[in-house]
Design a protein around this ligand. Structure first.
Ligand code: PLP
Length: 478
């Protein structure tokens, strides 16, 4: 393809994208296809001769759209939101054009330097302690990881390297393998599955601490678990505190757990994958009280800050633990400026990395902090509106305090009936939700996900829930 054709193709695609997104609410949120739908409608092999871009374009509606779940529809309430905005889409186009692999400063200085500054901008927006920011002149700084799961694993590996060195200093005669076999990490039983998985990938055991009746991990419970393990000769080294759990968006008590972690020499990592975006609004920052006790902090602008996937922001007070732990330095990756700017390859698991800071730069500049705050507040307001509708109906109950853009609710009936209710909601196809379960209690999650959501959408969704409830209750009468 040559430039003139590219320009026509891209312009047509931009029109298509804008039309798709602006009219997304008209589409059925869940596709109706069955597994294997796609293979029979495209050829068995790649074409020998090139096709026209117009032919490709015309296949988007025929081949792709019937199998798309429309995550940006105001009728999509599953999981948590994933970011999407025009500035981020355009930034990804430019990133695709520059197409550098910014693993070291010299591999594309702008890629590294914009990332350093964007993480400072963002860190200031969240009012993170100075020690996390590169502009403070200390050791701290931020990095863009692909996902929160990677951030949790990277922090765990840094914590492991740190503890290994500390214990070896105290017990020079202990073998690494002996020390590693004693390491133990902690998180809430309500933490995301990726936290436990980081333990499996990192080869260390995780202790799941029981949260309190409000589903929050408390300092006392964490301390008890740590003390028990120390008595058993184990070595506590890492704790993951969740701010905004996946099941019910509850907040561990960082103000209690952080000081406990510090007291026992643990690396404290914060997973605020979804809810971290809300901390750009001062009124939500009380939920991150104790932030100064953390060693690393992570949240996903690609969830709730209008930045398209992937963009997971991570800050470390002392990245040298990672840099030293992951430092393999072949000649072909060395450069003369080493040490004067971060070489992000040492801060992450893969070598390659895309120019993701462009998305942040475009979104932060083209929305401004004010509009991003308004976006968060609108979503939280819609959740409150939906909670109000649920509470007015005595057949329903709210399962967890509504603090962000998520409402957890259920019929005051058996789990089975609630499962049937969700099945009915999703099979009607007009709105989409997923369930969760805490302490054996099954419930439905209504997450506000779309930037196109308006107040009427909450009423529409509630009417869908009510209609599905009538269906479910009627079916159970027989
Ligand atoms: N942590 C929490 C609290 C989450 O809610 C999620 C996903 O929703 C994750 C981690 C995993 O995020 P990622 O897909 O970025 O790894």
């Amino acid at each position: 393809m040559e430039a003139p054709e590219f320009k026509d193709f891209a312009k047509e695609m931009v029109d298509y994208i804008a039309n798709y997104l602006e009219n997304i609410r008209e589409r059925r949120v869940l596709p109706e296809v069955s597994p294997g739908y796609l293979r029979p409608i495209i050829p068995d092999e790649a074409p020998i001769k090139p096709e026209s871009w117009q032919a490709v374009m015309s296949d988007i509606e025929r081949v792709i759209m019937p199998g798309v779940t429309h995550w940006h529809s105001p009728k999509f309430h599953a999981y948590f939101p994933t970011g999407n905005s025009y500035p981020a889409i355009v930034a990804d186009m430019l990133s695709g054009a520059i197409a550098c692999i910014g693993f070291s400063w010299i591999a594309s200085p702008a890629c590294t330097e914009l990332e350093v500054v964007m993480l400072d901008w963002l860190g200031k927006m969240l009012d993170l302690p100075e020690e996390f920011l590169a502009c403070s002149g200390g050791r701290g700084g931020g990095v863009i990881q692909g996902t929160a799961s990677e951030a949790t694993l990277v922090a765990l590996l840094g914590a492991k390297a740190k503890k290994l060195q500390e214990v070896k200093k105290e017990h020079p005669d202990w073998e690494d393998s002996v020390i590693l076999s004693k390491l133990v990490a902690y998180t809430s039983a309500q933490a995301h599955s990726s936290v436990e998985r980081a333990g499996l990938l990192g080869g260390v055991r995780f202790r799941l601490v029981e949260p309190d009746e409000n589903f929050q991990m408390r300092g006392e419970a964490l301390e008890e678990a740590i003390k028990r393990d120390i008595e058993d000769g184990l070595i506590p080294f890492y704790a993951v505190v969740t701010l905004g759990t996946t099941s019910a968006c509850t907040f561990d008590r960082l103000d209690e757990c952080g000081p406990v972690g510090n007291r026992y020499g643990l690396w404290v990592h914060i997973d605020a994958a979804y809810a971290g975006s809300a901390f750009i609004c001062p009124e939500y920052r009380h939920l991150m009280r104790g932030i100064e006790t953390a060693d690393s902090f992570n949240f996903n602008p690609h969830k709730w800050l209008l930045v398209n996937f992937d963009c997971s922001a991570m800050w470390l007070k002392d990245p040298t633990w990672l840099v030293n732990a992951f430092n393999v330095d072949p000649l072909y990756l060395k450069h003369e400026m080493q040490g004067s700017a971060p070489d992000y390859r040492h801060w992450q698991i893969p070598l390659g990395r895309r120019f993701r800071a462009l998305k942040l730069w475009f979104v932060l500049r083209l929305y401004g902090i004010e509009n991003l705050q308004a976006h968060i507040r609108r979503h939280c307001g819609f959740a409150k509106q939906f909670e109000g509708l649920v509470l007015k109906d005595p057949r329903f109950e709210i399962v967890a305090k509504v603090q962000m853009g998520l409402v957890c609710f259920r019929l005051k009936e058996s789990n089975e009936l609630n499962e049937q209710l969700l099945k009915s909601i999703n099979s009607r196809g007009n709105v989409h939700m997923v369930p969760s379960k805490i302490n054996g209690k099954y419930f439905l999650r209504m997450a506000v996900c779309s930037r196109f959501t308006v107040s009427e959408d909450m009423e529409y969704t509630w009417n869908e829930v009510k209609a599905a409830t009538e269906e479910t209750l009627a079916n159970n009468k027989h």
